[in-house]
Design a protein around this ligand. Sequence first.
Ligand code: AMP
Length: 601
Amino acid sequence: MAEPTIGIDLGTTYSAVATMVEGRPQLILNRGGGRLTPSMVGFLPDGERVVGERARALVEHSPESVAFAAKRFIGRKWTPEIAADAKEVVPYPVVAGPQGECRIKIAGRVVPVTQISAMILGELKLDAEAYFGRHVSHAVITVPANFDDGQRAATKEAARIAGLEVMRIINEPTAAAVAYGLDKNFTGRALVFDLGGGTFDVSILEIKDGVYEVRATGGDAHLGGEDFDNRIVQWLIAQVPEPFREAVAKDRLSLQKLKIAAEKAKRELTDAVEAYLSIQGIGDHGEVPRLTDLETALTRQFFEILSRPLSERCLAVCEQVMAEAKLDPQSMDAVLLVGGMTRVPLVQQLVADFFGKEPVPGLNPDEVVALGAAVHADEVMQQSGRALLIDVAAHSLGVGVLGGKVKRLINKNTSVPCSAREIFLPGQHGQSHVRIPIYQGDSDYQDENRKLGEVSLQHINAVDRSQAPIEVVFELGTDGMLSVRATDLKSGTTEALRIEARNTELSPQEEQKLTRDQAKYAEQQSLNDAERQKQLFERMLEKSEKLVRMLDQSANENPSEEARAAVASVRTLVDLGRAALKANNLQQIAEVRNRLSRLVR
Ligand code: AMP
């Protein structure tokens, strides 16, 4: 049997992994039985690492030991602005690493962001391996459409550390469109409205003959579910009795408790019209604790009043992205919802009103990205070649010129592959060589862009600068690689550069060490998992045997072809399962377990 492939949605707040089962994408439950895994990593006092739900549980008692939302910092160069920005959105400090990359300070240690992401990917890999009962090493991983080369490369690095070979990195909106079934049979324009835990992303896709072209992207990196939670937190603080209020507003542990309660209430209000909140032990957690409790209720109606401005901000972003692409709400043929926050009834209603159409129904918005990635992974493995993914340049590309400015050659949102050509003159008369720095970014100023590299032309003869034209050609490929060619038109001398994304955040030694650590951890986990899986399977077989006896009895009482077939298929699986247990064949145990759970579901 071919090696299984998986699709991974590595989200800011939650991550998910999916695979193809009988021709359809299906989410793989994590080993705790959950559909989604919190994108959280923590360290216990003895150094043991905890990931996902266990890390989330740790937040409540020891928030300084847990990292979350690492995706905000992956593949980004550390700057004072990023550190200041981080203060607004996460409780842990973000510091500079040896290569100028971002690192996260938790539990008294400084952890590379790629390691945090690697731990999450590693956990999803283990979940997939428990599901298949065998090694899984190939995955399609999704990233936001506006991730730049550095962020994509760092995501790949995280995957390498986790022991995963990345078949493709694909854009989240494209994966969503694939999952929603906008494929060969759909021609038109889809707007993907992705409101997650911490960020809001909008993408407009043009879909034709199974080709997905990202026409435009935009978003707000500071708008997401947490802002909705924070509105509830502020409302809660206002209700704390006066003598405790100030202490609660300053106390980290109390705020954390309020936040957890607020998020829970927000989720409840998706289905209920009222949610009850009961928060114990908030106040001053100092040496002499002064604590109180808070009991209150929040109606959906009031939550909507609190949060409406945030939902409206999302629509303003949509308007802006459409305006940049010279499109209007009526020109969207389909609206796709992605991200857990789009379950909120007010968000759904505002989106439907704004676009004048109901969003495409049928899937859980927080699962679609992983499902689409699984479909794509399967296609790549089968080499069906159906999904030719065409993108746009997510950022402008240009050349640094005098005055610290950038002359743009390729504009943001231009469809790739594309090329551009421009003639430059040396800055001064008599110059004998020129340096041509290449920048990626949307600002007119070099300082505010990312420098990708530099081309140098030697031995130019610029006695009169106007007589020494230099031609610069940019070619951007579908793989996101930029080729730059500079030619001294007078002499014909050419220098070329192919700009690979920085493909490492870490030194090779550090990457190797982290990869080894991760492999060791995974091996230990796999051993524990295998034992647990066998015990669970034993119980499942016992239940199935009982079921066979019941089915057998009812087939005897009411004989029918179908009843007999049902007994036979469960019995065959039980026999297979017993044999697999005896032979300690983990793969076969997993196969039988998965088939049995589908049969008796
Ligand atoms: P994502 O990063 O896409 O997984 O989004 C997670 C965000 O969706 C978090 O802010 C969650 O609180 C929110 N969320 C998940 N499920 C629900 C729900 N049923 N109702 C309201 N919000 C939800």
